[in-house]
Design a protein around this ligand. Structure first.
Ligand code: ADP
Length: 146
């Protein structure tokens, strides 16, 4: 059973995330979309709103599960017997940031591999930050979320 964890803040989960999840489906038997709980960071969308989008993503395929976790991603992976962390790469800036995290995680637990999927061109501009900005100014975010 090949289980992968797709960790993130998902504030909100958007079409860029959905694209990564769909493309990861053929690679794994189970994908856990794991919302990291960061007590020092206030989320923009309410838990109810965030869960609506997370649930829609879960309903895309029976291989997808939802979870929340606090603490280190590698510790969470170990607790659910997952050897893979999925991350998406949009830009060179993403790569620099993700490379350091992946290397640190490899030091923390060498049995866990980070698998990178390159963002599809149609969604590579998209970030949760952009969606929050559009929403904050009264814009329509429905194009960008499920
Ligand atoms: P985090 O706070 O951990 O960066 P995010 O919810 O912002 O959480 O993102 C989770 C993962 O999804 C990260 O690997 C991020 O690079 C990836 N991601 C975010 N936006 C996109 C996108 N538009 N296309 C592909 N991957 C993306």
């Amino acid at each position: 059973m090949k289980t992968a964890v797709f960790p993130g803040s998902f504030d909100p989960l958007h079409m860029g995330h959905v694209d990564i999840i769909k493309r990861a489906l053929p690679l794994f038997d189970k994908i856990i979309i794991a919302q990291g709980i960061n007590t020092s960071k206030q989320s923009y969308f309410s838990e109810i709103q965030k869960h609506e989008w997370l649930n829609k993503a879960k309903n895309l395929d029976s291989k997808i599960q939802l979870a929340e976790y606090a603490g280190l991603t590698v510790d969470y992976c170990k607790s659910v017997a997952s050897r893979f962390i999925i991350r998406g790469l949009r830009t060179g800036a993403d790569f620099e940031y993700e490379q350091a995290i992946a290397q640190a995680n490899q030091k923390l637990n060498s049995e866990i591999e980070t698998v990178f999927l390159v963002a599809s061109p149609q969604w590579s501009f998209l970030s949760s930050t952009i969606i929050k900005d559009i929403h904050k100014h009264g814009g329509d975010i429905s194009l960008f979320v499920l």
